[in-house]
Ligand binder design. Structure first.
Ligand code: SR1
Ligand code: MG
Length: 401
């Protein structure tokens, strides 16, 4: 930590100038800090010709809470290395890392400012027809090529060790799997849904299933996950889709990445009840979101199956019955983690704009109750939901309370 100091605007400019070949000494650079995420500093540095780069620096604490929540700056290495690994496997859909410096825990990366954050676009009711196909490709390839299907036992264990990410994983273990199911001070519960939040604290059947999902998160190192696949981690335009923000990456259950993303599409669906007053447009947006979930799973399972059949290196895993079982279990895991994401984003510490931006209190409470009820159903019924169409039917039949 000897070189480490928190970047000023001047430091960010100097760092961007020194790393990468975008800028020249003679450039007059401008920079702004615009990070609005939970953890880091994010600077945009640009020259007079409009060329720009992003400098992201890990702070030694969680930005959203302050210095009272210390956090390792080692997460910058994890982020850079996950993005570099994923970028080699799926460059089309991974932000490009240009430089990483361990001493100052900072990364220089391409500026995706010409794209928009997916969450804000979905909140505004926008649609991106290729979204599901693009993310299905990203997920299928990054998960498959970092797994035991491809890596031998020795390589795999070296990779698992390299991506041990205890502090960031602990955040997920607490925020995703524990806090929502007890009266924890970190929870942020909208007063009108307090009765439904309390039910979670006493629902032992639900807690048993969440315990199973948490145990897998702790002990199923299937692939190098992104680890935080929410719609704020995705940049989008009509043509392009790029994943950013991989500091929660580690070797974990594949369904965690797939399910976190499905959970976020369902949070957007829930938010539409309160955000979109025009019933026809609401229906149209919700239909779009369900189509994305269906296409995501169909394209993901198609690509993953193709990869299992043609690219598997480990003999034992070439067995087609095993491959069928693997994919079926991956769907069940994904639906369980999607359910957890719905619940934790509604009553836990880290909320989402999809629900927070509903101005009418009663409508927001109705959307939140819907998200909690659907989350519970997904967790409890995940082993019985054996096709993605069954999930869609469940969502369509989930009444708005
Ligand atoms: C204190 S971090 C809160 C949340 O933000 C991140 O993006 C993760 O989703 C984490 O759970
Ligand atoms: Mg993040």
């Amino acid at each position: 930590m000897s070189d480490y100091h928190t970047f000023t605007i001047a430091d960010a400019k100097a760092f961007a100038l020194a790393h990468g070949d975008t800028f020249r000494e003679s450039d007059s650079l401008e920079a702004e800090e615009f990070g609005d995420g939970n953890l880091n500093l994010v600077f945009r540095v640009k020259n007079a010709n409009g060329r720009s780069l992003i400098v992201k620096q890990a702070l030694p604490y969680a930005r959203c809470v302050g210095e009272s929540w210390p956090l390792t700056i080692e997460r910058a290495r994890i982020e850079a290395e996950v993005l570099l690994r994923h970028g080699r496997i799926c460059p089309e859909h991974t932000v490009k890392v240009l430089h990483y410096d361990a001493g100052v825990a900072a990364i220089v990366m391409e500026d995706l400012g010409q794209l928009a954050i997916l969450r804000s676009e979905l909140v505004a009711g926008k649609q991106f027809p290729q979204l599901a196909d693009q993310l299905a490709l990203y997920l299928a390839r990054t998960l498959f090529f970092t797994s035991d299907f491809v890596l031998n036992g020795l390589q795999k264990k070296i990779e698992v060790a390299r991506f041990i990410n205890p502090e960031l994983c602990l955040i997920t273990e607490d925020l995703f799997f524990s806090d929502p199911y007890c009266n924890h001070e970190r929870n942020a519960i909208h007063q009108p849904i307090m009765p439904q939040a309390r039910e979670l604290w006493h629902d032992e059947a639900l807690q048993a299933e969440v315990a199973r999902l948490k145990a897998d998160f702790l002990s199923k190192p299937q692939a190098l996950l992104h680890g935080d696949m929410h719609s704020g981690s995705i940049f989008i335009s009509a043509e392009q889709c790029k994943v950013i923000d991989a500091e929660f990456g580690f070797y974990g259950p594949m369904g965690f990445d797939v399910g976190s993303f499905i959970g976020n599409l369902l949070l957007s669906y829930a938010g539409q009840f309160g955000l979109q007053e025009d019933a026809g447009r609401r229906q149209q947006q919700q239909d779009y979101l369900l189509r994305q979930i269906e296409d995501l799973w169909q394209h993901f399972s198609h690509e993953f199956t193709r990869l299992m059949q043609t690219e598997t290196k480990e003999n034992s895993f070439r067995n087609s019955e095993y491959q069928h079982y693997f994919l079926q279990q991956l769907l069940a895991d994904s639906l369980g983690y999607a359910g957890c994401e719905l619940i934790r984003r509604t009553v836990g510490l880290a909320h989402v704009a999809d629900l927070e931006q509903i101005r009418n209190e009663q409508q927001r409470a109705a959307s939140e109750r819907w998200a909690l009820a659907l989350g519970r159903s997904l967790i409890m019924q995940r082993q019985q939901l054996t096709t993605i169409q069954q999930l869609l039917t469940l969502v369509r039949h989930q009444q708005l309370p």
